[in-house]
Design a protein around this ligand. Structure first.
Ligand code: MG
Length: 394
């Protein structure tokens, strides 16, 4: 390694498989698990890990739109790499894509393992101080039988010293990249096997029984049930007002609407997105929009408010949470909101990485009463309902 004290660690998430065994119309890594895609959940521990400098995903070329939808709320992701026909080929292409960044270490992880923890990642990285390859594994607990095609037991296989392999599997970057190039066309079942074939030493570290690979629809349903029963529901509210001044359009819910005035504010003054941002921050008890984006900071002058909302979404995801529902009410005498309702819902859903069906946009006037009624400004009220895993009170 060029700098053993602080190696540059990249993570490669392998999401190029078709994964249709789990049923449904999209590959399993893009299916929702308690309101957030499996891929999004599998990425998160790497994006949040302080030692991981770069995270890239290998995707099937047909899945670009699914990938974009699953990862809108994830900052720090590098451009995805197009995979190949087999997992091994996809990893080879992914490693080739990472090579320009010259990482010292690479963690190769299956997109279908959304329950990987920082502790498992820590153990794999730590082992790479001493060996070129390491993988998390758990001792085989079941008695193993070898069976014939007719179901007859032919042998009881001693399970001493047998382990089930998990991911992320970690490697010194250049040796595993070369090992994958040398193994082209072979059919090795995991990256550790590729390393072994190249004569690289590989060490086992303690895996995690919860770090399961979701393969079937039953796996996903069972995981969802566990998460739902283990988590808690939180509700946050947000309220915002901006004055109307001279102008030709207002931005509401991320949508520009022609109007004979403009909202006045430091950013683009999108009251709807500001209220939603505060609702999400409220649900995780994490301050408010003014704490994270002080109006005194020139960086936010004229900023698109989608940045504020995406930030709040990311704070929810970082806690392992998922957005269940967003409800927004806009109070304005004009312009008319109704014709723009669905565009706002779609834009808000896109920013938050959730289905449009989880976003409600409603409008009302103030019956010509008060400052809103006189058309001096526009207000928005938002409610966010989220799910947080148990113990996520930080
Ligand atoms: Mg505001």
């Amino acid at each position: 390694m060029s700098n053993p004290a602080q190696p540059k660690v990249a993570a490669l998430i392998v999401a190029a498989g078709r994964g249709m065994r789990a049923g449904g119309e999209v590959p399993k890594q893009y299916r929702p698990l308690a309101g957030q895609s499996i891929l999004s959940r599998s990425l998160r521990p790497f994006l949040d890990h302080p030692q991981v400098a770069q995270v890239a995903v290998v995707i099937h070329p047909d899945d670009r739109a699914l990938y974009d939808a699953a990862t809108t709320a994830h900052a720090r992701l590098t451009e995805p790499v197009a995979g190949g026909d087999t997992r091994q080929e996809s990893v080879r292409l992914g490693l080739a894509g990472l090579a320009a960044g010259k990482p010292d270490l690479v963690l190769i992880h299956d997109a279908a393992r959304p329950f990987v923890t920082a502790a498992v990642i820590d153990r794999v990285i730590a082992a790479l101080d001493d060996v070129p390859g390491a993988l998390p594994a758990i001792p085989v607990a079941d008695t193993l039988k070898r069976g014939a095609a007719d179901g007859a037991v032919t042998e009881t296989v001693p399970r001493d010293g047998l382990f089930g392999a998990q991911t992320p599997q970690g490697f010194h970057f250049e040796p595993i990249r070369q090992a994958h190039e040398a193994a082209r066309g072979q059919a090795l079942t995991d990256d550790a096997a590729v390393a072994e074939a190249a004569g690289l030493a590989v060490r086992l570290v303690a895996g995690d029984a919860a770090n399961i690979k979701l393969t079937t629809a039953e796996d996903i349903a069972a995981a969802e049930e566990r998460m739902e029963s283990a988590g808690e529901t939180r509700v946050g509210t947000g309220y915002d007002v901006h004055a109307l001044g001279p102008g030709t359009a207002v931005t509401l819910g991320g949508v520009a609407i022609p109007h004979d005035g403009a909202l006045v504010g430091h950013s683009d003054a999108d009251v709807a997105l500001h209220a939603l941002t505060d609702a999400l921050l409220g649900a995780i008890a994490d301050g408010d929009i003014g704490v994270h984006f002080p109006p005194s900071d020139p960086e936010w002058r004229g900023a698109a408010s989608s940045r504020f909302l995406a930030f709040a979404v990311e704070r929810v995801l970082t806690r392992g949470g998922a957005i269940v529902h967003l409800d927004l009410a806009i109070v304005a005498e004009a312009p008319k909101i109704g014709p723009h309702r669905d565009a706002m819902r779609a834009r808000i859903a896109e920013i938050c990485g959730i289905d449009t069906g989880r976003v409600a946009v409603k409008a009302t006037t103030s019956e010509r009463l008060g400052f809103l009624g006189r058309g001096e400004g526009i207000a928005a009220i938002a409610t966010a309902t989220i799910r947080l895993p148990k113990g996520s009170h930080a």
